[in-house]
Design a protein around this ligand. Sequence first.
Ligand code: SAJ
Length: 435
Amino acid sequence: MFEERLAAIRDKRVKIAVIGLGYVGLPVACVFAQAGFQVVGVERAKEKVHQIRQGLCPIGGKEPGLAEMLTQVVQSGRLTATTRYEECRDAGVAIIAVETPIDRETRKPNYEALRLALVSLGGHLLRGTLVVVESTIAPLTMDKMVKPILEEASGLRAGEDFHLAHCPERVQPGRLLYNLEHMSRVIGGMTPEAGQLALELYRHIVRADLDVTDCLTAEIVKTTENAYRDVQIAFANEIALLCESLGADVWKVRELVNKCPHRDMHLPGAGVGGHCLPKDPWLLIANTPEDFQAHLIPVARAVNDGMPLHMADLVVKGLWRTGRDVRGSQIAVLGYAYLENSDDTRNSPSEVLVRRLRELGAKVVIHDPYVPLYQGDLRECLRGCDAAVLMVAHDEYRRLNPTELDVPVVVDGRQVWEDKAGPWFISLGKGGWRV
Ligand code: SAJ
């Protein structure tokens, strides 16, 4: 059975089911279909399935090549989309790419979508199937949750009747297709055979290292690589706040620090959003035993979560310096996506800033060239505003000069603009504002 399955994957004779057609699953489904596999995408959102069936890409923002590839594989019949798990009954490979968010209060994983996917898939699991979880999960989840749920729902035994692996996604909005082909991947096999089958599968689409290991290592690697970045960003943000307090320029400090070998100070900014960094550090420490206490990881999260609130403080200071009260002021928030040139608003720092400014009694207007709800004429949005806050370094904003904004106070949270004579200009991380 194993050898036959290995040969079937090698020769692309297995049907692949991809469960969850979001930022992770949709590119994966397209690329495997493009590689010559028959692929069925199972997605709970009916409107997304409808769009995909028409060959239309439901993911906005700049995603080079994705929309074209989707149209091609749908028109060729290689990729089909459905809301029904029955349609993956004859799949020899199942890839699970559903969301695994963190509960905002408890900081614990919300596995509702993953649990539903596992139970639904389990009900249609074929003997010999390779199940790969691409979703980012807390260490020990494969062993303590994924395996038992699939066994219970299918009546089959992992390792004997079906194979289980964890190949964490490494997607980046704006480079979804590029990363899939060019970024190395970790493959955690529940058994050596599962690792080998997954290796054979991903060899069809990945042109970078495929590192086979065990499930626990793969779970820790993925969540650690993002916790590492989150801590690095938090350090940069702390130095930005320090420079503000001392009247220095963090951008100049960062430039000179990074000239020192083995230094790579990240970019201070208005906050850390997205589907990875705000949650993966919490996933990393979610299942640690009582006798382990994380210190650095939670503190780094607190520093980064505090940045949009600091942006609100800078706005209040700027208004005050120009004789205005935040209460009753009209403030334009420029950028609502979590990342430049993307339409992805998940865990957006701007959401925190907007809520805070409204709590302080300000009238807030939002602009974002990529987010449909907030597109429109920027100058119209700025008309009559007392302040403008730049939260996301979209290319459209980079092309502007702050004096063109024609508002009395400008706060730059991403070092996009230089301080030019004109509005009362505050840049995050730069102390010594004009008195
Ligand atoms: N950010 C900063 N300062 C920085 C870098 C980012 O404030 O120096 C902010 C961004 O504005 C954004 C958030 O952090 O709000 C996340 O930015 P990101 O560049 O980390 O983008 P993500 O969230 O899409 O992270 C992805 C992750 N990729 C995968 O999970 C495969 C992450 O591991 C990558 O390191 C990151 O892309 C990347 O390298 O671009």
